[in-house]
Design a protein. Structure first.
Length: 525
């Protein structure tokens, strides 16, 4: 009986994998619902703008839109009643009993329970949610989809418990989305299809190879190349573009190529329509479309939002993400190039190995040329519109250590600045600015702690790495002892340890916090 269930499950996954990529994804809810969508968001029918875009329609959206245009003319019309009648919540949020932590369980036992709690299986499109062939783990809280860069840090925690089938299934979901869309979107939602996220796919492949061996690299080489082509698209069009930038690709003054975050739309984000339109309304002498592009690009970065993207560190209206060459993005793309090169070496393709090794070496040199700030002793972002470094120090500046790009002298300088300026009682502050944005101080984030710890270890700074690790683990444990939960972000300076800021309330669950904490705790067993 069990064997029959497993075979049926595999068959269903195979059907989604083969036929799903042939079906065109629906448009985003804002495009399909028009005035109805705008009215729901602007009237704040839901406190969180993501709630409505995640609802599932009971019939075709076009029919609902047409009915709305007629019904709203009735003087007794109720918008909330209309929405309740035509939409419903996903079963996972509507029917699943609330998760309650057990104060008698250890934090590791709590995390283990959460992996099951946050597992989802969705083999057919449901409203804005796009079907995926294999089960996946969601971040938690308001997030009911497989997010791109969250998934890597979730996988780290799954690996601790030997959940390799889940890890491989999530990687296969990424491969499926690359076949279907040509890239990995932010998450499997129709309203995320104009942007990606920090490219951690090569790290996912490396993680799986630790378990299954080097054959994994050859298996996923086609997808590594799809990822690479997505970020490098447009090289033949650069010469005709202002500032020699096209899509996510930028040509520097010396002819070298680096990358930026971008988005293919210049409209408000559907899940944050109210916030984006209010920002635009209070912006003087700035084109709204360009503002929306920079906000969307900031969302693609995963750092939504941070003063590292602002001209005025305290004013989101000055955001200019798409004008910036981010140090973290280019370090990850260096790792992608290195992974492709090493894969070609493994399958005995010396010419292609040398090609991608040269590309990686050239990117590393270009990162050092444009993104190393000798005066600050730190890696920073670069404003290619202004032809100068942004001067904003953030934990993104440690990614060259994680990618093993930095020289020994640069690593020493970065380690010194980290210990002097970033290290707080509860771990590392994300930036040195306190602005109310969630990716600024005094917030600390699990994925960045993992990157910094690994980066420092790459260069032999084990004492500092272990000190950061201990402070971060202690903060997680302290909040868990009082709150009985693990949260999305933490305040590394406040006594409560609870993070804040951003466009939505603090979320608990929480995927990448669980994954990184499980990984760090496992080291001491």
């Amino acid at each position: 009986m069990i064997k029959k269930i497993i075979n049926t499950d595999r068959l269903k996954s195979s059907l989604v994998s083969t036929t799903g990529q042939l079906l065109r994804a629906q448009k985003s809810p804002d495009e399909l619902l028009g005035q109805l969508f705008a009215d729901v968001q602007k009237q704040k029918l839901y406190t969180d703008g993501k709630t409505f875009v995640d609802l599932v329609p009971k019939k075709r959206l076009k029919s609902i839109q047409q009915e709305y245009l007629l019904a709203k003319e009735d003087p007794n019309f109720s918008l909330s009643e209309f929405i309740t009648r035509h939409f419903y919540e996903l079963e996972t949020t509507r029917l699943k009993p609330a998760f309650h932590s057990n104060s008698k369980q250890t934090i590791s036992e709590h995390i283990s329970r959460l992996w099951t709690e946050m597992e989802r299986r969705n083999r057919r499109d449901k409203g804005s949610l796009i079907a995926l062939p294999y089960p996946y783990v969601v971040p938690g809280g308001r997030f009911e989809e497989q997010f791109y860069w969250d998934s890597y840090f979730i996988m780290l925690g799954l690996a601790v418990e030997g959940k390799w089938d889940m890890i491989e299934g999530m990687i296969k979901n990424c491969a499926y989305m690359m076949r279907k869309f040509g890239y990995i979107p932010t998450a499997n939602r129709t309203y995320f299809l104009s942007r990606s996220q920090p490219p951690f796919f090569s790290q996912m492949v490396r993680l799986l190879a630790r378990h299954k061996g080097n054959t994994v690299f050859a298996e996923y080489l086609p997808y590594l190349l799809i990822e690479y082509r997505f970020w490098m698209k447009g090289s033949t069009k650069l010469a005709q573009q202002e500032h020699r930038a096209y899509g996510r690709l930028v040509q520097m003054k010396d002819g070298s190529l680096l990358n930026r975050y971008y988005d293919n739309k210049m409209t408000p984000r559907p899940e944050s329509l109210l916030e984006d339109t209010e920002t635009a309304q209070h912006t003087i002498e700035r084109d709204a479309g360009r503002l929306y592009l920079h906000l969307r690009a900031g969302a693609e970065s995963g750092w939504d939002f941070s003063s590292r993207w602002f001209m005025d560190k305290d004013d989101i209206r000055t955001i200019h993400t798409a004008d910036i060459i981010p140090v973290d993005l280019n370090s990850l793309l260096y790792q992608l190039e290195i992974t492709i090169a090493q894969t070609y070496q493994l399958i005995k393709q010396p010419l292609l190995f040398r090609k991608f090794q040269r590309l990686a070496d050239h990117r590393a040199a270009t990162i050092t040329t444009y993104l190393w700030d000798e005066t600050a002793g730190f890696f920073v972002d670069y404003n290619f519109h202004h032809g100068q470094k942004t001067g904003r120090l953030s934990l993104a500046g440690v990614f060259p250590l994680y990618a093993k790009i930095a020289t020994a002298a640069q690593a020493a300088a970065v380690a010194y600045v980290l210990e002097r300026d970033f290290l707080k009682k509860g771990g590392l502050t994300t930036t040195l600015e306190i602005t109310g944005q969630q990716w600024d101080g005094p917030n600390g984030w699990a994925p960045l702690h993992y990157i910094v710890i690994e980066g420092l270890r790459n260069y032999g700074y084990h004492r500092l790495a272990n000190e950061i690790k201990q402070r971060w683990v202690d903060l997680n444990l302290r909040v868990f002892a009082t709150q009985h939960k693990l949260v999305e972000k933490y305040n590394v300076e406040a006594a409560s340890g609870i993070g804040g800021g951003g466009e939505y309330p603090l979320q608990d669950g929480f995927g990448w916090t669980n994954g990184v904490l499980a990984t760090l705790l496992e080291e001491d067993r």
